[in-house]
Write a protein that binds this ligand. Structure first.
Ligand code: C5P
Length: 295
């Protein structure tokens, strides 16, 4: 049996750094919303116990790939607790369109989709809370993708409160550089002491991203992309970058601006959505059958 599952992108509509834990991880207040756009995961059940990745990433060993790590983690969890599952092997393939080091949560979304898909297809019966816990050990952004609802996140990103931000249209621009998360989080000039504020204050104040000044300073391409976008609409960095996004009320205006983009700037237009397409597929609201593309 083969099934297709969406791995949507996320945006950080705002991101503030309010402190740092003793282990170096940063404490955040951030607003996550999904995009109706992303990678596609294909899962084929195997009768044996093998986990195979059919789409390896150049330069990343399979054992380090979040997709494989998520599958093995679920398999081990089920083994340890002697959870009787349908079968415990799978061939996994990703049709990748989200950039690595783009701030769109591509790798985390892939891992979350593996956890949700295999839990369902192996009939393991684990709760989303348990999958979130597993996800957190794979990366700070994985729990929101497992949770499946737009969220105000605190802690390192794992304390989630569902919210309903406006579902705007976004032009997401990729300046052509990849920014590894630790590059931004280890910069000595990063603002780490933004005042912690209540959610209603944050939602009603204009949005910003504390990582943006560092990404603009260190990556000329980010600076250029943002300067260009800001001429058309309110625009910001997502996550630790490298992507930047501009918000629009309609798809047509977002597309008109994208058509004017300079040669060096790649981009796409997508809608912000509060319910993850992954969860809409799980609940049967969105069908993937016969589709090469879910967005
Ligand atoms: O959790 P994830 O693997 O995405 O994080 C990558 C790196 O980014 C961490 O090793 C840490 O250095 C940094 N990070 C951080 N604070 C966060 C999330 C990530 O300092 N809230």
């Amino acid at each position: 049996m083969t099934r297709l599952w969406p791995c949507p992108a996320k945006l950080n509509l705002f991101l503030y750094i309010t402190g740092q834990r003793a282990d170096g991880y940063h404490l955040l207040q951030t607003l996550f919303q999904f995009l109706d756009y992303g990678d596609t995961l294909s899962v084929t059940l195997r009768d044996d116990r093998q986990i195979r990745l059919l789409t390896p990433v150049e330069g990343v060993a399979d054992d380090d790939n979040l997709i494989v790590r998520a599958a093995l983690m679920l398999q081990r969890y089920c083994d340890k607790r002697q959870i009787r599952t349908l079968t415990r092997g799978a061939d996994l393939a990703i049709e990748k369109i989200l950039p690595m080091g783009g701030g769109l949560g591509g790798g985390s979304s892939n891992a979350a989709s593996v956890l949700i898909a295999l839990n369902e297809m192996w009939q393991s019966g684990l709760s989303d809370d348990i999958l979130c816990e597993m996800g957190l050990s794979l990366g700070a952004d994985v729990p929101v993708f497992v949770g499946g609802h737009a969220a105000f996140a605190q802690g390192i990103g794992e304390i989630l409160q569902p919210v309903e931000p406006a579902e705007k249209w976004y032009l997401v621009a990729h300046p052509g550089v990849s920014i590894p998360t630790p590059v931004i989080f280890s910069d000595p000039d990063l603002i780490r002491n933004t005042e912690k504020r209540p959610i209603d204050v944050l939602l009603s104040t204009s949005y910003a991203n504390d990582c943006e000044p560092i990404a603009r300073k260190r990556f000329r391409e980010v600076e250029q992309a943002l300067s260009w976008l800001l001429e058309y609409a309110p625009s910001r960095l997502t996550g630790t970058g490298a992507c930047v996004f501009a918000e629009f009320d309609t798809e047509s205006v977002a597309r008109q601006v994208l058509n004017k983009a300079p040669e060096w700037l790649r981009g796409f237009v997508a809608r912000g959505v509060n319910v993850s397409p992954l969860h809409r597929v799980r609940s049967g609201q969105l069908s993937m059958s016969g589709k090469a593309c879910w967005f």
